[in-house]
Design a protein around this ligand. Structure first.
Ligand code: COA
Length: 380
């Protein structure tokens, strides 16, 4: 029997530090008026020092687990969609797995720009439907502020940091992720990219001095692509699900620019109340924007059980991705204090477990050094 991938948990985390348009106008030649009218953004959140992609992802995941009423040990799969992982390697997903104490989960990162979360949702939903796994945690998390040139007014006004998470669980009742439609057009790779720091141009004094580790973007071309692709992807995913725009209750697009969101909605004949937007508070948080929006929309009562939600992402690659989701869970009441206490205890134990495992590895390496010698040939 086919299993359905239901969305059973959702959560978000945004840093406390707020950067307003007025703050930005002190940093570069811009104004609150320009940013608001051209993008719809009023403020964005920036990670504090030490606040990383995985740390934000962990907070969002904990909230999603709380909503789902699940234990970390029940997670089989963790996908972190990000282009700003803590390290080039390992994957942020492994750091999340460790901190949650999700000892039974496989974990990997997924890089598909701002479409990453919906790509991740598609991968997880298919693995659940195929019976490979039962419970998946999909996270979109980004620390774009660390890759933003704060002297470049073309890009620095757009981006923000944050994380959002969703938990999918296999079930027999119809609902959950009904269809997904993904796409890529690599001929547009240079429209939104970070020139250095990869294997083509490794990081060096020269690349850093030239600012090649910052995001570069051809804004107008990305704008045109986004306005064209949102309606295409939305129609395609609805068709695949055997549904139409009349069935749609809420459209949750990637939050990049209010003008993009409105133009796409107009082209689909979706009324303003049928499109969710929280862009003005967070800016463009790349792969985190859709799960943050989904989570807020559910918390605020914009999504109820029975609703049909379509999520559409687009971005670097170029990539695009849509998912049609039949929502099946209400927003639960906050957990009682004792349960929150138990959860905190579980996370403390996860840190302890991680520490003990590292200690065991260290001791084991002392033991193997005894057996193998110090690596030098005899007579050296
Ligand atoms: N403040 C003031 N002026 C600015 C500015 C800023 N922050 N950024 C650019 N400008 C100037 C430009 O220099 C240009 O001046 P010029 O005409 O003297 O050359 C003018 O504003 C218009 O620039 P333009 O690029 O045509 O503006 P736009 O209306 O296309 O808006 C974006 C620019 C970036 C807001 C818009 O193209 C956009 O949102 N694109 C999509 C970006 C995106 O979503 N990226 C992520 C995708 S995942």
């Amino acid at each position: 029997m086919k299993a359905y991938a239901h969305v059973v948990g959702w959560g978000k985390y945004v840093p406390r530090r707020v950067l307003t348009n007025a703050d930005l106008s002190q940093m570069v030649d811009t104004s609150d008026e320009w940013i608001r009218t051209r993008t719809g953004i009023r403020e964005r959140r920036l990670a504090e020092e030490g606040e990383t992609t995985s740390r934000m992802a962990i907070q969002a995941a904990r909230q999603a687990l709380e909503v789902a009423g699940l234990k970390p040990a029940q997670i089989d799969l963790i996908v972190v969609a990000t282009v700003t992982s803590d390290y080039p390697l390992p994957a942020a997903a492994c750091l999340v797995q460790d901190a949650l104490g999700a000892t039974g989960a496989v974990a990997f990162d997924l890089s598909a720009g701002c479409s990453g979360f919906v790509y991740g949702l598609a991968v997880a939903a298919h693995l659940l439907s195929a019976g490979v796994y039962r419970t998946a945690l999909v996270i979109g998390a980004e620390t774009l502020s660390r890759f933003t040139d704060w002297a470049d007014r073309n890009t620095c006004v757009l981006f923000g940091d944050g994380a959002g998470a969703a938990i999918l669980q296999a079930g027999e009742n119809e609902g959950g992720v009904l269809a997904t439609a993904l796409g890529a057009d690599g001929s547009g790779w240079d429209l939104l990219h970070v020139p250095a720091g990869g294997s083509r141009t490794p990081a060096s004094h020269r690349t850093v001095a030239a600012g090649l580790h910052f995001i570069q973007m051809k804004g107008r071309e990305v704008f045109r692509f986004a306005v064209r692709i949102i309606p295409v992807a939305t129609r395609e995913v609805l068709e695949q699900a055997g549904l139409s725009l009349d069935d749609l209750d809420l459209l949750v697009t990637h939050q990049a620019n209010q003008r993009i969101i409105e133009a796409a909605a107009r082209s689909l004949n979706v009324p303003p109340e049928g499109v969710y937007s929280n862009l003005e508070r967070y800016g463009n948080t790349s792969a985190a924007s859709i799960p943050i929006a989904l989570s807020e929309a559910a918390e605020e009562g914009h999504i109820k059980p029975g609703d049909l939600v379509v999520c559409v992402g687009f971005g670097a690659g170029l990539t695009w991705a849509a998912a049609a989701i039949r929502w099946t869970r209400p927003q639960p009441a906050p957990a009682p204090r004792w349960r929150r206490f138990l959860r905190r205890l579980y996370y403390i134990l996860a840190v302890l477990r991680s520490w003990l495992r590292r200690l065991r590895r260290r001791l084991a390496s002392l033991w193997t050094r005894d057996i193998l010698g110090d690596g030098r040939e005899e007579g050296e």
